[in-house]
Design a protein around this ligand. Structure first.
Ligand code: LLP
Length: 422
């Protein structure tokens, strides 16, 4: 469920018409619906209401301060993967005790900053990391709360680049070694194991892989407890998919996901930490651009818009599908064409959609690339010296530019000449 719909012939974000917004802020821009973000958070939270839990929103999905503030105010914690994300979460007012720190390559200064902030838990991914964290914490006179991220060797059935729970993936401690590593943790002075963590991948559209992983987790927790380890929480990671295809292909509802968690882990009396990103932010956002040219070649049509792979890299990086909708609602019976919707970046991989049936657009028309609220703006870059585009938050009939458009001069000003060139 989201708040993007045609009204009076124009695509709206909540009560804001996107053509008017485009006139106001220029194109391209990202637009987020506050009500959708809020609704998704509440639906997810309600799904777990029968059980002690904390939702640590995966900041990497969309880390705009306005988004973090909105979710933090609703009670969300944060799953972070860098010192930068730690700062973002803290600045947005999310307290340390609601923050968990994931990722395979935490540096000393990031560990120190997280310890100083008093975070809830470090999700530790290897023996060298566990040893180093213990040293860093002990050096500060602290004991770091940890979960070990265990790799369950489960195929999440998602795109190769975001499938993380198979044994050949770089993530987590091999399932068979988990017992030994918990024993090691118990012997180290600067860490204390509190929980078990898993994250098997992203854009997962079936419950079965989760269920396999969590069943393994349940067995592991029983064994760890039998060995005398106090395991208080299960961090379930994120991964639940967003409905990129609209109504045709809807991933499991958070209620079904929560019921499955309860089925597999409910008997253990754990508290749950959940790290959803995409399911909260995905269809709360769209990327809006304008058609520059419509180019017809021998048998092919290219709709060339001002939307580049630097603005949204998902189609080319993950062969991801995003609906591309005209902002002006097409008349019934409007001419449909098959087209590649491409950008101005000088690469063949620069596209939003390929071989897509769309209502025939004209130069100047506005297009909306849907379900772009997660892993959109955060993965944008300035390739071809294309400045980062604005982000706009809409709430009912109000809108606010929550990140202004960058100017090319700001990019250039980051460079310096070598002293001998001056
Ligand atoms: N927790 C951990 C440890 C993660 O690595 C991730 C995502 C999440 C939670 C949140 O997963 P979600 O609920 O959003 O699926 N850029 C890619 C997705 C990368 C996901 C990385 N990890 C994309 O655009 O598809």
């Amino acid at each position: 469920m989201h708040h993007f719909a045609y009204r009076n012939g124009v695509l709206h974000a909540e009560d804001v018409p996107l053509d008017a917004l485009a006139r106001e802020v220029g194109t391209p821009f990202y637009v987020y619906s506050a009500s959708t973000l809020e609704r998704h958070y509440k639906v997810f939270d309600a799904a777990f209401s029968g059980h002690d839990h904390m939702i640590c929103y995966a900041v990497k999905a969309n880390s705009n301060q306005a988004v973090l503030k909105l979710l933090g105010d609703l009670g969300a914690g944060a799953d972070i993967v860098s010192g930068g994300e730690l700062k973002r979460a803290l600045v947005a007012g999310i307290p340390g005790e609601r923050i968990v720190f994931s990722g395979v390559g935490k540096r000393d200064e990031e560990m120190r900053a997280a310890l100083a902030a008093g975070i809830r838990c470090f999700n530790v991914e290897s023996v060298p990391e566990l040893r180093r964290l213990s040293e860093v914490a002990a050096g500060m006179g602290r004991i770091a709360p940890v979960s070990l991220r265990v790799n369950p060797d489960v195929d999440a059935g998602t795109h190769e680049k975001i499938n993380t729970g198979r044994k050949a993936d770089k993530f987590g401690i091999p399932f068979g070694e988990a017992g030994e590593v918990y024993a090691l943790a118990a012997s180290l002075p600067g860490v204390e194991a509190r929980g078990v963590d898993m994250h098997i991948g992203s854009q997962i559209t079936e419950l079965a892989p989760f269920e396999r992983a969590f069943a393994r987790m349940a067995r592991l927790i029983e064994a760890l407890r039998a060995a005398g380890h106090g395991i208080h929480h299960a961090d379930l990671g994120g991964g639940l998919g967003a409905p990129y295809h609209g109504d045709n292909d809807i991933p499991p509802h958070p209620d079904e996901y929560a019921a499955m968690v309860e089925r597999t882990l409910g008997h253990l009396g754990l508290s749950y930490i959940i790290e959803p990103g995409r399911v909260i932010a995905g269809n709360a956002g769209a990327l809006i651009g304008r058609v520059i040219f419509v180019k017809e070649t021998d048998g092919k049509t290219f709709v060339i818009a001002d939307l580049g792979m630097n603005d949204l890299i998902r189609p080319t990086l993950y062969e991801a599908f995003h609906h591309v909708r005209p902002v002006r609602e097409p008349a019934a019976g409007a001419e449909m064409i098959e087209a590649d919707v491409v950008g101005p970046v000088c690469e063949t991989g620069d596209y939003m959609a390929r071989g897509r049936m769309i209502p025939k657009p004209e130069r100047g028309d506005l297009l909306a690339v849907m379900t772009a609220g997660a892993y959109g703006a955060v993965q944008a870059g300035t390739y071809n010296t294309r400045p980062l585009v604005p982000e706009v938050l809409v709430k009912e009939d109000k809108f606010a530019v929550v990140r202004p458009r960058m100017e090319a001069e700001q990019i250039i000003a980051l460079d310096r000449l070598a002293p001998w060139q001056e």
